[in-house]
Design a protein around this ligand. Structure first.
Ligand code: CP3
Length: 347
C-alpha cells in the first residue's frame, strides 16, 4: 500500500504533483449507500460503533478518490462529555434540551474526559489509521460555533441569544469560551495521539460577527487553541465558515497551517488578506454542482489556475456538500481536478 501524502504536503506549502482534494461533508446523504445505513441508525448511533463509523468514513474515499478522509462524527459529540444532553434532529440539526444561558449553566459544564466518555471516537480513529492510505483529518467545532448551539438550543439564523450573552454578560461568555477552548484542546490532542494526521477547527458560523467582535470575544480563544496545540506535528486547519471574508485579516498571527475559504473571497484575495502565511483550502460554491457539467469544470479549472500560482493549495468546497448533490458528478469533478492540475503543474 503506497501512502498518498499529497494533502499533507500541500498543507505545508510544499510542492505537489497535483492539487489534492477533499470535500467538507464528503460522507453523507448524497450517497445512496449512506442513506441505507441511515435508515437503520442515527448519526449518533453510527458514531458509537467504531467499525461502522470507520466504514462510513471510508466510503467517499473509495468512491470519489479524494486525497484525505474526514472522520465521520459531528462537532457536537464532545459536548456530551461536558454533561450537555443533545440530539441531532433530522432536517434541523443539533438540538439541546437545556440551553446554556446563565453563569450557573456554564459553571455546571464538566471538564472533558475524552478517554472515559469518547473512547469510541478514539477507537474509530485508530481503526482508520490502520486502514487508510490517505491522511485522516479529524475535527472539532470552534468555541463560538459550539456556543451558538449550546446557547440558542438549536440552529439559528440571527444568533440573537448568543450575542445577548456575549455583549450582556461578558464574564460568563469568556468563561464559556475558556471551557470550550479547554475541551477542544484536549479533544484534538487525543485525536492526534490516536492516529489523526491533520485537524480542522470548524468555526462555521463566526462570519455572523463584526470583525471587532470577532477580535474581542472569539479570536483570543481560537489563538490559544492553536498555540497550545503547536507542538503537534500535524497540519492544522482553521475554517472560519461562511461569509467570513472580512475576518481574514484578523487571522494572520494564528499558529495554523491552512485557512479554509468560502466562495465569497477569491483564492488570491484570501491569501492576501491572511498575509500570505498560510496554505489555503476551498472554495467552490457547493451549489455550483447544480450547474451544467462543462460550466462546473470550467469554474473548477479557474480555481485551480489561481490556486497553483503558489504552493499550498487544497481544493475543497466553500462549505459542506448538500444532500441532493450527485455522486457521479462529484467523482467526475474529482478526476477533473486531479488531471487538470497534474498537467498544469507538469507543464
Ligand atoms: O464532513 C464529513 O463528511 C464528516 C462528518 C461531519 C458531520 N458533521 C456529520 C453530519 C462533519 C465534519 C460535521 C461538522 C459539523 N456539524 C459542522 C461544521 C461543518 C459545517 O457544516 O459548517 C456543523 C455546523 C455541524 C452541526 C450539524 N450537524 C448540522 C448543522 C447538521 C445538519 C442538519 C441536517 O440534517 O441537515 C448536522 C447533522 C449532520 N452531521 C449530518 C452529517 C452527515 C447530516 C444528517 C445526517 O446524515 O444524519
Amino acid at each position: 500500500m503506497t501512502y498518498n501524502d499529497t494533502f499533507i504536503r500541500a498543507c505545508r506549502r510544499q510542492e505537489t504533483d497535483y492539487v489534492p482534494v477533499w470535500y467538507m461533508r464528503q460522507a453523507g446523504r448524497y450517497d445512496p449507500e449512506y442513506r441505507k445505513i441511515k435508515e437503520k441508525y442515527s448519526l449518533l448511533e453510527i458514531c458509537r460503533q467504531p467499525e461502522l463509523a470507520a466504514e462510513v468514513t471510508l466510503m467517499p474515499v473509495k468512491k470519489l478518490g479524494v486525497d484525505a478522509a474526514i472522520l465521520y462524527s459531528d462537532i457536537m459529540n464532545p459536548v456530551a462529555s461536558l454533561g450537555v444532553e443533545f440530539d441531532i434532529v433530522k432536517n434541523i440539526g443539533p438540538v439541546i434540551e437545556n440551553p446554556i444561558r446563565s453563569a450557573a449553566d456554564v459553571d455546571r459544564l464538566k471538564p472533558i474526559d475524552v478517554e472515559g466518555d469518547l473512547g469510541h471516537i478514539l477507537e474509530t480513529i485508530a481503526i482508520l489509521d490502520r486502514e487508510l492510505d490517505v491522511p485522516l483529518i479529524t475535527f472539532a467545532g470552534a468555541p463560538f460555533t459550539i456556543a451558538s448551539y449550546l446557547v440558542e438550543g438549536r440552529p439559528s439564523k440571527s444568533y440573537i441569544r448568543t450575542k445577548e450573552l456575549m455583549y450582556g454578560q461578558p464574564q460568563v461568555w469568556f468563561k464559556l469560551m475558556d471551557k470550550l477552548g479547554d475541551m477542544v484542546i484536549a479533544y484534538l490532542r487525543s485525536h492526534v495521539k490516536s492516529g489523526g494526521k491533520a485537524f480542522q477547527l470548524f468555526d462555521s458560523w463566526v462570519g455572523a460577527l463584526a470583525p471587532e467582535d470577532f477580535r474581542t470575544y472569539v479570536l483570543p480563544t481560537v489563538t490559544r487553541i492553536f498555540a497550545e496545540l503547536a507542538d503537534l506535528d500535524v497540519p492544522k486547519i482553521y475554517f472560519p465558515g461562511v461569509a467570513s471574508g472580512e475576518l481574514l485579516p484578523e487571522l494572520s498571527d494564528l499558529r495554523a497551517d491552512v485557512i479554509g475559504l468560502d466562495w465569497r473571497v477569491s483564492i488570491a484575495e484570501g491569501r492576501r488578506r491572511t498575509g500570505g502565511r498560510f496554505a489555503v483550502q476551498g472554495n467552490l460554491d457547493p451549489y455550483l454542482l447544480t450547474a451544467p457539467d462543462e460550466m462546473l469544470k470550467e469554474r473548477a479549472k479557474r480555481l485551480i489556475d489561481e490556486g497553483v500560482k503558489e504552493p499550498g493549495y487544497i481544493f475543497n468546497l466553500g462549505h459542506g456538500l448538500y444532500p441532493e448533490a450527485s455522486l457521479d458528478k462529484l467523482k467526475e469533478l474529482t478526476d477533473c481536478i486531479h488531471e487538470y492540475s497534474q498537467e498544469l503543474l507538469a507543464g
